[in-house]
Design a protein around this ligand. Structure first.
Ligand SMILES: [Zn+2]
Length: 312
């Protein structure tokens, strides 16, 4: 299996820093871990080149990349960053484009990238649920090796994630192809930022309870949804739901890591950066400052992702 062949080559400069602070037995334990970034974005080189024109043509591009300082990255730039920061594998999620053509072209680019880096990258495709071609496009991407659908961006693509009849065909094709759904999420309170949107815990909860058998990842800590896991019915509804840590430093204090682990369960948290918005090392360094058992850090950084993706 490709994954197992890759294991002996794992390397991480931050792992070495952790090891210096650990006892011998803990070091052995930490060495056994892997780091998987569950939330990264890449774009085709041509999109970078024609960025100035494209930002006016698509709401998603405009929301994220109208600011010239916002970084775009290709697959090669992601791999270079992973090598530098000691990331073993990354999940490349697409974005919420408004045109079928952009979806297809970016899906093609992600499929091409996972084919070129099969032991480093895992791909998720994108569609708009209202397109009649949506299920067919997901099937095409599944055949091309994609493992999930996302990042769904209902706020930019202007659809209701909580609409059961709209989402049912997407979930059906996802389940038939053993795919994971990853959706953008946002907080109902707090500061405003580009791309925040209205994918709030209420909408996410509706989506999750409509499709209890689907495997769903709510990005950006689910906009705070895991805090409600203390409500027994919400806790039960989260059985097949996970939360990624993408863009954490822009949203929460690092204390969120142990708090969500305690409230929703350590097995629910997937390390994600939102690269190239944030470097992987920034979140790993932040996590290093947090008081948590090493085993829990290992779970968040990679072991949980291995289980969700069926890599082990
Ligand atoms: Zn997002």
């Amino acid at each position: 299996m490709v994954w197992l062949n890759y294991m002996p080559k794992l390397r991480c400069k931050y792992r070495a820093e952790f090891e210096n602070k650990l006892t011998h037995s803990q070091t052995a334990c930490y060495n056994a871990s892997v780091i998987i970034d569950f939330h990264t974005h890449i774009v085709p080189p041509a999109m970078k080149e024609y960025r100035d024109e494209l930002v006016h043509e698509d709401q998603c591009l405009g929301a994220f990349y109208a600011d010239p300082k916002a970084t775009m990255a290709t697959a090669e730039e992601l791999i270079a960053s992973m090598d530098q920061d000691g990331i073993d594998m990354s999940v490349v999620v697409n974005m919420g484009w408004s045109s079928l053509e952009l979806c297809r072209r970016t899906n093609d680019y992600i499929m091409d990238s996972i084919a070129r880096y099969p032991d480093r990258l895992i791909g998720f495709c994108t569609v708009h649920p209202e397109w009649k071609e949506a299920a067919k496009e997901i099937e095409r991407c599944a055949k091309g090796g994609m493992r999930g659908i996302g990042e769904l961006m209902p706020h930019l693509q202007e659809f209701d994630l909580g609409n059961e009849s709209l989402m049912a065909p997407i979930i059906e094709v996802a389940k038939n192809n053993n795919m994971i759904i990853l959706t953008h999420s946002s907080e109902p309170v707090g500061h405003i930022y580009p791309g925040k949107g209205n994918v709030l815990p209420g909408m996410l909860y509706q989506f999750i309870t409509n499709f209890p058998d689907a495997t769903i990842v709510c990005a950006h800590w689910g906009g705070g949804l895991p805090f409600y896991a203390l409500m027994p019915e919400v806790g039960r509804a989260l059985e097949n739901v996970y939360f990624d840590t993408a863009a954490s430093p822009f949203l929460y204090k690092y204390d969120i890591f142990p708090h969500i682990a305690e409230i929703a369960g350590i097995d629910k948290i997937l390390f994600g950066s939102d690269f190239p918005l944030i470097t992987q090392q920034r979140i790993i360094k932040g996590l290093d400052q947090v008081e948590m058992p090493v085993e829990n850090k290992q779970r968040m950084l990679g072991k949980n992702a291995c289980e969700v993706l069926g890599l082990d």
